[in-house]
Design a binder for this molecule. Sequence first.
Ligand code: 5GP
Ligand code: MN
Length: 336
Amino acid sequence: MEIFNKILIDEASALIKGAQKIVLTAHLNPDGDALGSTLALYNIFKETKDCKIILPNNIPDTFKWMPSCNEILIWNAEHEHFLQNADLIFFLDCNGAARLDKMQKAAEESKAKKIMIDHHPQPQENLCNIYFSDPQAAATCELVYTFCKLCSLKVNIEAAKCLYTGLVTDTGCFQFNCTGQKTFQVASELAVMDFDRSEIIHHIYDSYSEGRMRLEGYVLSKKMKVFPKYHTAYIWLSLAEAEKFGYKVGDTEGFVNLPLSIGDVKFSAFFMERDGIIRCSFRSKGDFKVNTIAEKYFNGGGHDNAAGGKSYKPLEDVVNRFVSLLPKITKEIQDK
Ligand code: 5GP
Ligand code: MN
């Protein structure tokens, strides 16, 4: 379905034209697409607007090279006035204010006009004035590129690097099955621009610390359980274990995908203690929808093949519960 139409684009263009103070935000635990979409618009708007990016929490080191990344504000209560006084707020790679964690209330209560550009299912109703929401899109960056083109916002080199980062990270370097014709079309239009694409890949994938590499070895050999009968595998990790390897935020990014490299595994999960809760990540191959599992059992949501959630119970309990649910939740996989 085409989500961009002339009426909405004209309305959005008018809101941008009329706005002086713009705030850009994205989901908690920002990934390459959340950062790519906010930083892309920031690098475009900052030339003519009073624009701020405010994110709910920290940025993984892997992305700190991104253009203007050092200008991002990490939310604290003193930033509330930016939301209150904003003329326009963009929710990017974020389908609702609940994904903004401690920023939620201030964002919801702001009288600013609001635009959502996002690819998660079920956008929060009555939050924004305009929605560009397409769960078929591989990345929010794919949508932001099209949005810029239709609104005649010139994508400069800095913005192009950011958008390319979002495409690469949300598609696993164009390999996941969310990658579509449109993804390649946007990538090819960005590729015409003069920036080093391989440098971006190096920044993201070849910049691990020794500790992070060894942590990956450790989880693969010691912390991955495979259930061939259920085509499922999971990895679990306590903070204390991760810290033995000099753990930093972002170091476990991608761990959830590792078990999917096993031919027979169609469903994988990763459980890790973080910020006093258990973060749960789910990935799948094919038709098995992990967002419904994240929603139903793990206080979360996400995309069909990539979702996440959380639990306030101890790690062992969360893992045991997951294992006990396996026969039920994987029945769908076996039926296919
Ligand atoms: P990840 O496993 O990388 O943390 O998240 C995978 C996908 O699920 C992302 O698109 C992310 O936005 C979504 N997701 C992760 N955690 C949550 C959550 O707690 N609630 C919702 N609604 N979505 C989540
Ligand atoms: Mn995304």
